[in-house]
Design a protein around this ligand. Structure first.
Ligand code: GDG
Length: 481
């Protein structure tokens, strides 16, 4: 078995500066947690990769690399950092990735701000990844490229090294053809051809895979047979791999004394009151404004819940140098102020709002303490928060209210599924959650927990890598024939 090379926009850690001291902080996103849990698992050890490498754009200047490299020695991954010019990075990341692909793929075409120089920068950064990687690639490497920022990279690598093994995974939805086709002609066919440089292409849901296959057919004229595509004499597979979580980590989180103490503190603090919890990055796709409108409506329609419920709303700063994001922060904070101002009493405030990244212990304690989680994105590739909330319920209590437009709704059928823009439906679901009998809560949570513990994140990674090897084996069989 050769080496495993993970490629993502960002490296799996960031740098904090305290005076002239540098400290490394592991990123807390879903991908990093997934890969970390896998690497520490027996599945990874059995596969026996000779080395593990991770390539991504560095968030520190090139002259700090020697110091950073020293701090990294002995870690699981060898790091391949890319140093990209700040202006180019801005056009690639804030521009094409997050002001074109992100809104379009999440069904917000009105927020797309296409500019030709954004796409030029996107090509440039994908090219920079390719140039950095091509000299270090070896024939038996397994390369796994992640997400919408790097859709051109598989083809760029394949052109130079036709025999490589490349998987690509898209963490966000792939939109329907009708939306995808609105991209400029050269750009949309290049993106599809770029991804088709892979051997295996993974999506969270069946629908996203189908949307991709339909775009390939309509734009490139390439047919597929079930999940197989025959393209440039090569077999490629596009299939679904719903990302999961480290189930045990969340299920056992409250065994940790610090987490347990924090959980007790929350419970004591809100004694006699039900707790609703949500945590999201500040992003228009997460449906925060509709969620607040629904909570407002709930308090109007069910006044008996006043003073008996609190909504702990945690928003994590994200992409705050893009206008579509900063404007929404102000609107959301105004709405929270209006609701709290309208019906708070001297001893009760309906919404407890924080704009911060929570330490894991706090997050885990809040998941466990919450009587209901209100997770209502307008679109979401998967949504790991929903899965983490379910896994955290060690007493088999708690109700998940989940948007039917999140990828996670395909697997978490026992949640109260809602249309996130229908504030009447969401407010009824809140009432139903808060009054749901204990046995029903238990029944629903148990079924969902079973599914999540059977298909955890280690299975997700193993499954993807197994399928990737299978595609390579099938390609070899085809060549022999
Ligand atoms: C993209 C796709 C897809 C959040 N706040 C805190 C915190 N988090 C952690 C959660 C969870 C992760 O960040 C967020 O994952 P999501 O899936 O909910 O959302 P995105 O960031 O939009 O992720 C998404 C995902 O990729 C994976 O493929 O599911 O659809 O958009 O793990 O726990 N962690 C801590 N403090 C916080 O305040 N410690």
């Amino acid at each position: 078995m050769g080496r495993l090379i993970i490629i993502s926009n960002r490296l799996p850690f960031s740098i904090d500066h305290e005076g002239d001291q540098l400290t490394l902080r592991q990123s807390s996103g879903g991908l990093v947690s997934a890969i970390k849990s896998y690497i520490e698992s027996d599945s990874s050890k059995n596969r026996g990769f000779t080395e593990k490498l991770w390539a991504g754009v560095a968030d520190f200047p090139q002259n700090e690399w020697t110091v950073v490299a020293e701090k990294l020695s002995g870690r699981d991954f060898q790091i391949i950092p890319l140093f990209v010019n700040k202006l180019v990075y801005k056009d690639y990341y804030n521009g094409f990735s997050n002001s074109v692909l992100w809104p379009l793929f999440h069904y917000f075409p009105n927020l797309v701000e296409y500019q030709a120089h954004y796409y030029d920068a996107y090509v440039k950064v994908n090219r920079a990844f390719a140039d950095k990687l091509i000299p270090v690639l070896q024939p038996d490497d397994t390369i796994w490229i992640h997400d919408y920022q790097l859709m051109l990279l598989p083809e760029m690598l394949r052109t130079e090294r036709p025999d490589i093994t490349v998987g690509f995974f898209l963490h966000i939805p792939f939109p329907s053809y009708e939306l995808f086709r609105t991209l400029p002609t050269e750009c949309k066919s290049s993106l599809l051809k770029g991804v088709l440089g892979s051997d295996l292409i993974g999506f969270h849901t069946h629908d996203y895979a189908q949307h991709f296959l339909q775009s390939v057919k309509m734009i490139l004229g390439v047919d597929s047979n079930f999940h197989n595509i025959q393209y440039q004499d090569r077999l490629i597979k596009a299939d679904l791999f719903p990302i999961s979580i480290d189930y045990k980590k969340f299920n056992k989180a409250c065994d940790d004394p610090e987490t347990k103490a924090y959980y007790r503190e929350i419970k004591n603090n809100f004694e006699g009151r039900k707790i609703i919890f949500s945590v999201d990055r500040l992003d228009y796709t997460k449906g925060l404004m509709d969620r607040l409108n629904a909570f407002d409506h709930f308090l109007e329609q069910y006044p008996e819940w006043r003073e008996k419920v609190v909504f702990i709303l945690n928003i994590v700063p994200s992409r705050d140098d893009i206008q579509a994001y900063t404007e929404r922060k102000q609107q959301i904070e105004q709405k929270i102020g209006t609701i709290n101002g309208k019906i708070s009493t001297i001893t009760w405030q309906p919404i407890i709002y924080r704009y911060t990244h929570l330490p894991f212990t706090e997050l885990a304690a809040l998941y466990k303490a919450a009587d209901a989680a209100l997770i209502t994105p307008l679109r979401d590739g998967m949504n790991l928060v929903a899965k983490e909330y379910v896994a955290s319920s060690s007493g088999k209590r708690g109700v998940l209210i989940l948007s039917e437009l999140a990828g996670a709704a395909n697997e978490l059928n026992e949640a109260l599924l809602v249309n996130p823009t229908d504030i009447i439906e969401v407010s009824k679901a809140i009432h139903r959650a808060l009054t749901m009998p204990q046995e029903e809560q238990q029944h629903r949570i148990t079924l969902m927990q079973q599914r999540l513990s059977d298909y955890d994140v280690i299975k997700w990674v193993s499954d993807f890598l197994d399928q990737l090897s299978n595609v390579k084996a099938e390609q070899q069989k085809q060549q022999v024939k």
